[in-house]
Design a binder for this molecule. Sequence first.
Ligand SMILES: Cc1cc2nc3c(=O)[nH]c(=O)nc-3n(C[C@H](O)[C@H](O)[C@H](O)COP(=O)(O)O)c2cc1C
Length: 153
Amino acid sequence: MHSPDPHDADDDLPLLYQVVYCSRAAAGIDDATVDRILEAAHRNNPQHGITGLLVFGGNMFFQWIEGPRAHVRRLMDTIKADPRHDSVVELSDTEEVRERVFPDWSMELVTPDDIREVLLDAQRDIEDPRSAQALGVLLAQLQAGPLAAHPRG
Ligand SMILES: Cc1cc2nc3c(=O)[nH]c(=O)nc-3n(C[C@H](O)[C@H](O)[C@H](O)COP(=O)(O)O)c2cc1C
């Protein structure tokens, strides 16, 4: 006889921490600089179980980072100290048992033109209400912020 386990549904899901922030790019940041940031992300993030996306445009960065809390917080400390941007503002953070929103992206660069669609797609797919809410916060920020006014390019 198998007795139902209330935690069954969570068995395959990790305790996942997620943070979204925006920042102001330093003067002179160009696509080559952003490529170097992505190289570091692709080199480092997989071994720390970190996935997410990075948006660059209108002299701003937006980044979604998800993974084990200790690894994400350590990365945030590194990122905050990085002179290629300043004025880092964390918009939301959560920790809960859930699926990843961006499981296949060790850190994907998304253009301001595409970010709305990417986030709306993710919102459609995701079942967890707090992840959906975090995506909503990011969408609202993107709509209100300088990315809307000054797309990259
Ligand atoms: C906006 C922004 C986003 C970044 N995102 C990441 C990231 O997701 N992963 C990462 O390892 N480094 C990221 N970095 C770079 C780190 O600040 C740091 O330079 C890098 O982790 C050092 O890697 P290394 O020790 O392998 O050279 C980011 C930097 C900036 C300015």
